[in-house]
Design a protein. Structure first.
Length: 146
């Protein structure tokens, strides 16, 4: 199973925004630079995240983007579905007199696997990753400190 690059950038962007002090904004250009993606492409992802209600665009001198939901309230599944949609990944392509879609055992297995993955992604919040990144930064700083 493969997610789009847009999903990758969306998740990373939400984490980067989650690392900012509350109320602080960051522009599309530095967000794009840190992710090594064009600002034009990232702007499209940011627009989707704004429409989904995760972030807001702030205009003006100190403008940019900031989170409007707390990282503890944003799940991986929500961000993924905002970008990818909620359509099931697998649909049985075989329909004949022996094998109809209602009795497609392969689709049943695939749907069960997808449900387990969704349950896991629903249980994982952006806060978990933000905490890990913060711990990693502290450990790195301590390892290089005198």
């Amino acid at each position: 199973m493969k997610y789009s690059k847009a999903t990758n950038y969306a998740l990373h962007t939400i984490v980067y925004l989650g690392l900012l002090p509350p109320g602080k904004t960051i522009g599309v250009k530095p967000l794009a630079e840190v992710q090594k993606v064009s600002p034009t492409y990232l702007s499209k992802v940011l627009t989707t995240l704004v429409k989904a209600g995760f972030i807001e665009s702030v205009t003006g001198v100190n403008g940019g983007y900031k989170l409007i939901k707390d990282v503890k309230d944003i799940t991986f599944l929500e961000v993924i579905q905002a970008i990818e949609g909620t359509t099931s990944f697998f649909h049985c392509g075989l329909e004949n007199n022996i094998h109809d879609r209602q009795n497609c055992f392969i689709e049943k297995v695939m749907n069960e696997a997808e449900q387990k993955m969704e349950d896991y992604l629903r249980s994982q919040t952006i806060e978990h990753v933000v905490q890990k990144v913060n711990e990693n930064m502290v450990n790195h700083i301590n390892s290089i400190a005198n």
